[in-house]
Ligand binder design. Sequence first.
Ligand SMILES: NC(=O)C1=CN([C@@H]2O[C@H](COP(=O)(O)OP(=O)(O)OC[C@H]3O[C@@H](n4cnc5c(N)ncnc54)[C@H](OP(=O)(O)O)[C@@H]3O)[C@@H](O)[C@H]2O)C=CC1
Ligand SMILES: Nc1nc(O)c(N)c(N[C@@H]2O[C@H](COP(=O)(O)O)[C@@H](O)[C@H]2O)n1
Length: 220
Amino acid sequence: MHVVVNAAMSADGKLSSRRREQVTISGDEDFERVDRLRAESDAVVVGIGTVLADDPRLTVKDSGRREQRLENGQTANPARVVVDSKARTPPDARVVDDEAETYLCVSENAPVERRMDLSNQATLVTAGDDRVDLLRAFATLQQHGLEQIMVEGGGELIFSLLDDGLVDELTVFVGPQLIGGRDAPTLTDGDGFVENYPELSLEGLEELDDGVVLSWAVQY
Ligand SMILES: NC(=O)C1=CN([C@@H]2O[C@H](COP(=O)(O)OP(=O)(O)OC[C@H]3O[C@@H](n4cnc5c(N)ncnc54)[C@H](OP(=O)(O)O)[C@@H]3O)[C@@H](O)[C@H]2O)C=CC1
Ligand SMILES: Nc1nc(O)c(N)c(N[C@@H]2O[C@H](COP(=O)(O)O)[C@@H](O)[C@H]2O)n1
């Protein structure tokens, strides 16, 4: 399995504002790059915080790319994965519509009723008692044939994946705005590291739109 985290942050490292509403940070060229990356992936992963905040589709936008996937014997869109311990994904969320297959990673303690409600729309992967055990959940996703994984956020999930040593590459578009706010989500939230900080080795640097795309390999 190969895991790439891709996100867009403001020049001061924020993924969105303190209101936790979706903020457009990428420009057209970066959204094209993101669409290419989605089209090259077997699955696009987000946390439940992102689903509740953004109601994302996580589909490939360009029809030519979807057709190319079909010609390659793949589904038109990559699978979508939501990390959602308590099965809080709303049944009418776009991420569980019929545009693509969806996996919901839940914990053992997710209410049975909510799991039942969602089980017609998504494949449930149960891992962890109260919180999703990412190592186990990702191992199960791999058993389902999902090898090339793109994680889009948010900051809580990205931190945990780094903490568990699951991230191979980190790609960040740094956009030309400042968002600020001590409570605004950053690229890596969670508890934060106090030692054994993951180290990054710079692999690429590209000017796009009015910002820059930085690509790193993660070294544990
Ligand atoms: N600019 C960008 O590129 C992007 C921006 N965003 C922005 O980020 C914000 C959302 O980010 P955030 O609030 O951090 O939410 P996340 O999407 O990171 O989801 C976090 C939630 O995932 C659940 N979860 C389950 N298991 C784990 C685990 N092992 N580790 C971590 N989380 C786990 C938790 O909820 P529970 O316990 O209930 O399961 C947790 O609160 C929004 O404002 C959105 O707009 C999001 C993506 C990309
Ligand atoms: N790459 C990128 N740039 C931004 O400026 C963004 N705000 C995001 N957000 C991510 O994209 C998801 C929306 O996807 P759909 O367009 O609905 O398919 C959103 O939920 C964030 O994960 N990304």
